[in-house]
Design a binder for this molecule. Sequence first.
Ligand SMILES: *[C@@H]1O[C@H](CO)[C@@H](O)[C@H](O)[C@H]1NC(C)=O
Ligand SMILES: *[C@@H]1O[C@H](CO)[C@@H](O)[C@H](O)[C@H]1NC(C)=O
Ligand SMILES: *[C@@H]1O[C@H](CO)[C@@H](O)[C@H](O)[C@H]1NC(C)=O
Ligand SMILES: *[C@@H]1O[C@H](CO)[C@@H](O)[C@H](O)[C@H]1NC(C)=O
Ligand SMILES: *[C@@H]1O[C@H](CO)[C@@H](O)[C@H](O)[C@H]1NC(C)=O
Ligand SMILES: *[C@@H]1O[C@H](CO)[C@@H](O)[C@H](O)[C@H]1NC(C)=O
Ligand SMILES: *[C@@H]1O[C@H](CO)[C@@H](O)[C@H](O)[C@H]1NC(C)=O
Ligand SMILES: *[C@@H]1O[C@H](CO)[C@@H](O)[C@H](O)[C@H]1NC(C)=O
Length: 447
Amino acid sequence: MALLFLRLGASIALLLALSTLVPSSDAYDPLDPGGNITIKWDVMEWNPDGYTAVVSLYNYQQYRHIQLPGWKLSWVWQKKEIIWKMFGGQTTEQGDCSKFKAEIPHCCKRDPEIVDLLPGAPYGTQFANCCRGGVLNSWAQDSANAVASFKVVVGQAGTSNKTVKVPSSFTLRAPGPGYTCGPAKVVSPTKFISPDGRRSTQAHATWNVTCTYSQFVARRSPTCCVSLSSFYNDTIVNCPTCSCGCQNNNSKPGSCVEGNSPYLASVVNGQSASSLEPLVECTSHMCPIRVHWHVKVNYKDYWRVKITVTNFNYRMNYSQWNLVAQHPNFNNLTTIFSFNYKPLSPYGTINDTAMLWGIKYYNDMLVTAGPDGNVQSELLFRKEPGAFTFQKGWAFPRRVYFNGDNCVMPPPDAYPWLPNASPRFSASLTLTLVTVGTAMAFLLVHV
Ligand SMILES: *[C@@H]1O[C@H](CO)[C@@H](O)[C@H](O)[C@H]1NC(C)=O
Ligand SMILES: *[C@@H]1O[C@H](CO)[C@@H](O)[C@H](O)[C@H]1NC(C)=O
Ligand SMILES: *[C@@H]1O[C@H](CO)[C@@H](O)[C@H](O)[C@H]1NC(C)=O
Ligand SMILES: *[C@@H]1O[C@H](CO)[C@@H](O)[C@H](O)[C@H]1NC(C)=O
Ligand SMILES: *[C@@H]1O[C@H](CO)[C@@H](O)[C@H](O)[C@H]1NC(C)=O
Ligand SMILES: *[C@@H]1O[C@H](CO)[C@@H](O)[C@H](O)[C@H]1NC(C)=O
Ligand SMILES: *[C@@H]1O[C@H](CO)[C@@H](O)[C@H](O)[C@H]1NC(C)=O
Ligand SMILES: *[C@@H]1O[C@H](CO)[C@@H](O)[C@H](O)[C@H]1NC(C)=O
């Protein structure tokens, strides 16, 4: 397939290559084409003035999770609905409930915003899959903790499937922007199977909402970059300059801190310490995260890569971090040290994408910038005869994601060369052609 595309005119290929570099507002992620968070709203029973529903968030994304301080979900009621009670979650504001005398509702806002409860919430307020402080793990990494649920008792609502109104304008924040939710759709009612499997009950009505993530919607600047090196060339190819922003001491003083600054502690713990904005160490790339791929050893039948992920952010411990890397030799990965591994085959037949993450209690937490702010692993690949080569940057990854965000790669013509390699231009052009050809093959398979 790739060969076929090599015959395409170079101009078309270059155009396509350019279009893949430009960020798109489209939420489509080629390495996780079906990835979404589905919100399911099950009306479980009718009450005198409304109904009780169980609302669940399913994170079907393979490698994108929501970490602390957690998700926030909001919607807009269509009638005069209020929330009498909630279990396994709470609204951030009560709103104006001054009209109520006897029983005071939990929330009277037209656009309530829900957050998860914290771990250890009192027993009477809990609900299944609740109380993780809004953390929602990814499907591939930890599907048992990829679902969150809460129960809501709705008043002043319809009391039958004919009079009830589906809420609109669902908004999911994580807790910043990034997700876009579609309209709620009436779907066939959820069936609940009894534990012994001999009886099923069903919801009175079920509505589904699908939310998808886009890095473009989330924040325009990237959050990580890739640097490269190899045993066969002394050059270390650094992250592209200004990958995630530029050091700008004049227009934006304090955009970064020097690692050895005597003021470091005071800046890190300063007033804006709780801000979600990263506070990075001053580097040429200014990224919170750098992924380094080192081609370490060449054996007869195998070759070895060392991966180091470094945290330059003084404000973030990355718990449950993950890395996704695409390289054609992942179908022959033989051994991986000190990381968990799961192959992702977004297109079924092509097995070139790997998800890597830390081992529980050992390195699943990537701590803040400083001497301990890194995690490392080594990968052993079996050489595939015919495909394997150190030429033309083949040994380097095609794409890298950290926590679901695409990392900025050095340009292919900067990759470390083999001594006496063919001239720079043809090497990089061929690589581009192969990459684009493979991408096209994916698209064709997918369509
Ligand atoms: C959401 O993800 C699930 C699981 O991958 C998939 O079955 C479903 O079709 C997706 N929904 C949409 C609307 O893409
Ligand atoms: C109400 O039930 C009918 C029949 O089961 C179904 O066709 C309709 O979509 C339901 N409406 C809602 C809002 O759930
Ligand atoms: C609604 O969402 C639930 C949970 O993700 C899923 O099991 C169900 O298939 C969805 N229904 C439709 C029609 O997409
Ligand atoms: C930035 O400015 C501060 C004070 O204005 C100065 O102390 C610091 O050295 C400058 N940093 C850089 C990288 O120029
Ligand atoms: C990171 O974790 C360490 C150890 O658990 C803790 O002392 C530190 O306050 C955390 N830093 C941040 C920014 O959360
Ligand atoms: C992909 O390759 C890896 C490593 O050889 C193997 O363990 C895995 O089973 C393969 N997965 C698929 C879906 O073929
Ligand atoms: C590499 O993986 C492919 C696909 O999984 C398999 O057909 C091939 O035999 C493997 N090569 C080696 C040398 O193990
Ligand atoms: C190493 O690779 C760089 C390109 O990154 C190239 O400029 C240099 O000549 C190479 N060194 C050798 C010894 O080939």
